[in-house]
Design a protein around this ligand. Structure first.
Ligand SMILES: Cc1cc2nc3c(=O)[nH]c(=O)nc-3n(C[C@H](O)[C@H](O)[C@H](O)COP(=O)(O)OP(=O)(O)OC[C@H]3O[C@@H](n4cnc5c(N)ncnc54)[C@H](O)[C@@H]3O)c2cc1C
Length: 500
């Protein structure tokens, strides 16, 4: 007997998204979260990138975020701004929205989906056997689940307890990030760069007036300051913050009453395996890297969307356990790429003359159309390509959100994915496909589409006759009714045919 089919350790962005995906698939899932509320101490992620907005749109919840955020039609690599207004997506912008709001909105969604959260409780240990995982809790209880997913952040207990290695590079830079009050008003707000690193002072509170962010002229201040030494392991204190400010600004401006102080570094590490038996990891538990380019939360949320439907099918007995190995196979290279680009970006931000010359050179290159388009697609997650074999360029790439003419009128492709179910989209001769043996799992949609087919980074591609779209919005098959192989692909991704 299990208490839940799946337990998720950690209800940050990755854990919340995964819980939503599993709940949509009808899986009994619960979150165990150390924090007693969804409050996020301090500032972390500052927004959502185009592909993350698309995956939220695929579930019909993007509007909740758009209603509160600020659109900017740029992304950035190493601080070099890249125009994304010509990216072929409805969301050709980044959305400025603080992590505390992103988490609040996601938590509201999973509350609607009735996912239970054990709050104020930590996962303290685990033991897995052939049929499930015993999850030890800090209140002395133990819960049993078929699967445990560690979405418990960079210091993941689940990852460590499952014996998953976390190789990577040690920090070379250490930053303090805090929110506090200042007794004196600094003569300059904003970013300062020097040989030590990047520092910034700015008001926390802001409002949006006529589409512009207007910062408050009083209230708490957000502080980012690079520390002189790397390798501190104790929790940062007010006196650490004060000392770091004095070193950079010559004064600490009378800093007091901090509401949060935390440390982050440029360490870049990635789990060598995203799965160990019945234990999986996602988000920061699987990869940590510097916040440059703002990719951490995006990668975690998209890990969750890749894993959710697969885990749901395994739990329901629709697919064999081996489907879970595709989670590591697909997402590990994506995480590795994020580590690579953040490491490169950190190096390019150094303030010595040679690095500045290199940064200017890269900026010049990225000013050219083709490199800009490629990097913009990479930094916004729109060019993600899972290795699903040779074939049409759509294979393994995200399905665009086309306006489709169906028997129910004009529909957006993404609206067909709201229920997180796979779709076989037939744009050719109606009735040409028979997938009765998968009808309980895969929705066949007959439609017409007359517009262009254009993919981020690749440009125009030939119009396909039919595409099989997975619940995460990636294309598993492209072809026409005469082409063999659809049955095999359906079996691989969505389980064997039912007897008819
Ligand atoms: C300064 C800074 C700026 C950043 N800026 C950006 C940005 O602009 N864009 C971006 O995409 N990302 C950014 N990030 C990264 C982003 O904040 C993280 O990648 C994101 O929060 C990861 O989400 P997660 O759910 O995987 O992990 P976390 O957000 O760390 O959530 C883990 C959760 O697990 C809980 N937990 C931990 N241990 C246990 C346990 N044993 N039992 C139960 N619960 C547990 C924690 O309380 C927490 O709620 C930034 C990070 C920092 C530090």
């Amino acid at each position: 007997m299990t208490d839940h089919a799946v337990i998720i350790a950690g209800g940050g962005p990755s854990g919340l998204m995964l819980a939503g995906e599993l709940a949509l698939a009808g899986v009994d899932v619960a979150i165990v979260e150390r924090r007693s509320s969804q409050e996020v101490a301090g500032s972390r992620a500052g927004g959502l990138h185009p592909r993350t907005l698309e995956v939220l749109d695929q579930r019909g919840i993007a509007d909740r975020f758009l209603a509160e955020g600020q659109k900017v039609q740029v992304t950035a690599f190493a601080g070099i701004r890249l125009d994304i207004s010509d990216c072929p997506t409805r969301h050709n912008y980044s959305l400025g929205l603080r992590q505390k709001h992103i988490e609040r909105i996601l938590a509201g969604w999973i509350d609607q989906l009735k996912v239970p959260i054990y709050r104020g409780i930590e996962v303290t240990g685990l033991a897995q056997d052939d049929t499930g995982v015993d999850v030890d809790l800090s209140d002395g209880r133990s819960l049993r689940a078929q699967y445990l997913v560690g979405c418990d952040g960079g210091r993941s207990l689940v990852r460590k307890a499952a014996g998953v290695a976390f190789p990577g590079s040690d920090p070379t830079i250490s930053n303090l990030i805090a929110e506090a009050e200042l007794a004196e008003t600094p003569p300059e707000w904003g970013i300062r760069r020097d040989a030590l690193g990047t520092h910034a002072l700015g008001r926390v509170e802001y409002e949006i007036r006529n589409g512009e962010i207007v910062y408050a002229d009083h209230g708490p201040v957000g502080v980012l300051v690079t520390e002189q030494h790397v390798g501190q392991t104790s929790e940062p204190t007010l006196s650490d913050l004060s000392a770091a400010l004095i070193r950079v600004y010559g004064t600490d401006y009378g800093i007091h009453s901090p509401t949060s102080i935390s440390r982050f570094t440029d360490a870049a590490r990635q789990a060598d395996s995203y799965r160990r038996g019945r234990v999986l990891i996602a988000g920061d538990a699987a990869h940590v890297h510097p916040p440059d380019g703002g990719q951490g939360l995006q990668t975690g949320v998209q890990d969750a969307v890749n894993l959710g439907w697969k885990l749901a099918q395994v739990v329901k007995g629709v697919s064999p356990e081996s489907l879970l190995d595709t989670y590591h196979a697909e997402r590990h290279p994506i995480g590795a790429r994020v580590l690579r680009n953040t490491m490169a970006s950190i190096v390019l931000r150094r303030e010595d003359e040679r690095t500045k010359a290199l940064r200017d050179t890269i900026a010049e290159l990225l000013g050219m159309d083709e490199p800009r388009r490629r990097f913009a697609a990479m930094m916004s997650g729109l060019d993600i390509h899972y290795e699903l074999g040779e074939g049409h360029p759509l294979l393994g790439r995200r399905m665009p959100d086309l306006d489709l003419l169906t028997e129910n009128g004009l529909l957006r492709m993404f609206s067909l994915l709201h229920a997180a179910k796979p779709v076989l989209l037939n744009l050719g001769e109606p009735g040409a496909f028979d997938i009765t043996s998968w009808a309980d799992r895969v929705r066949l949609v007959e439609a017409k589409y007359v517009g262009p087919w254009e993919l981020p980074s690749l440009g125009p591609v030939t119009a396909p006759t039919a595409v099989l779209v997975r619940p995460d919005g990636y294309v598993a098959w492209v072809g026409d009714p005469t082409q063999p192989g659809l049955a095999d692909v359906l079996t691989t991704w969505f389980g064997p045919p039912t007897a008819t």
